[in-house]
Design a protein around this ligand. Structure first.
Ligand code: TRP
Length: 326
């Protein structure tokens, strides 16, 4: 306890079950072990295509989703990245220490540039320097992330090392806190990670009602179940079953798959009910929070103050060491 950890999530709209199983459910557990900082990285989200008219709603919706999922503002500091100018400022200082060659190696940058060819902006390129700033401002012990973020954490440590070597020991190296989080794939294209950017029919949102989930799952890609080889889509359904169902039910369907007589419509119907049931308390809490915007705004304001007390100190230390304080 009292060792800080920090993680971030982009506000791109409603959270889906991939976000939940991959990150948020883990954050909720970590709150009891660590002093947690969770930030909504709205500045990072500007590096992808977006509609300005929707952004503030997406930010608010993400705050509400995190609170409804069990992030407890009594235990954790929940804040919005752009409300702390310290993040952008430190990102600039870090950018001056980051070799372009390091940034060019980032697979997320390469993937995203390939996906948004019309919008390969400089922000996308220096994204990892901003992420390093998000992290190092709070001098955390560790950063809970999924595997796809490991490269960004290595770069964060590269920057920390460079800073220490040039300006004197300032940052401890951080540890990735990798959890055994399942990789949830898109329902319609199970070769891709479940992501809002693929379209609403590819994802199950935490807030989806049972009817919506049934409909989305009914269209989820599977296989004939006859070849004995499990397709990516079927694997994904089993991953979901493993997370929302009982071991007995998982064995039942595995057995049916092996025997070549699995009924996917039956599996999908069950899974829809299980998922909807799992998120019933979340939907209730979300509805309550939506009726209570004052409370939500107050959580955000408190988070900002708590984060700023630490971030401003680190930034002052950095500026002093870099020779900017006159
Ligand atoms: N890049 C992360 C992602 O895509 C989001 C992120 C930004 C982050 N800043 C962070 C994660 C700091 C952990 C710590 O998921």
């Amino acid at each position: 306890m009292e060792q800080p950890i920090l993680s971030g999530i982009q506000p791109t709209g409603k959270l889906h079950i991939g976000n939940y199983l991959g990150a948020v459910s883990n954050w909720v557990k970590l709150q009891d072990q660590y002093d947690c900082f969770f930030t909504i990285v709205d500045m990072h989200s500007l590096t992808a295509d977006y509609k300005p008219a929707e952004k503030s709603q997406q930010i608010l919706s993400t705050v509400i989703d995190l609170l409804a999922s069990g992030i407890d503002p009594e235990k954790s500091t929940l804040f919005i990245q752009s409300q702390l100018p310290e993040h952008a400022e430190l990102a600039w200082y870090f950018a001056t220490l980051t070799p372009i060659a390091f940034l060019e190696r980032m697979t997320q940058y390469k993937d995203k540039s390939a996906r948004q060819k019309e919008n390969i902006n400089a922000g996308l390129f220096i994204y990892p320097a901003l992420q390093a700033a998000d992290i190092l401002l709070y001098k955390p012990y560790g950063v809970p992330v999924g595997e796809d973020q490991l490269q960004h954490l290595e770069l964060t440590n590269d920057i920390a090392r460079k800073f220490n070597a040039r300006f004197g020991k300032t940052f401890e190296l951080i540890k990735p806190l990798l959890t055994k989080t399942p990789r949830i794939m898109s329902l319609l294209d199970p070769s891709k990670k479940m992501s809002k950017s693929l379209g609403d029919q590819h994802v199950i949102n935490m807030s989806d009602e049972v009817k919506v989930i049934e409909k989305k799952l009914s269209r989820a890609v599977t296989d004939t179940g006859k070849s004995g080889q499990m397709s990516a889509g079927t694997k994904n359904l089993f991953t979901l079953l493993e997370n929302f169902s009982t071991p007995d039910e998982v064995s039942f369907y595995r057995e049916a798959f092996r025997a070549g007589n699995i009924k996917y419509s039956d599996l999908k119907g069950n899974l829809a009910k299980l998922i909807a049931h799992h998120f019933a308390p979340y939907r209730k809490k979300r509805a309550e929070l939506e009726k209570n915007p004052d409370y939500v705004m107050q959580v955000i304001a408190t988070g900002r103050e708590k984060a700023r007390a630490i971030a401003s100190q680190t930034l002052q230390e950095v500026k002093t060491k870099m020779g900017l304080v006159i």
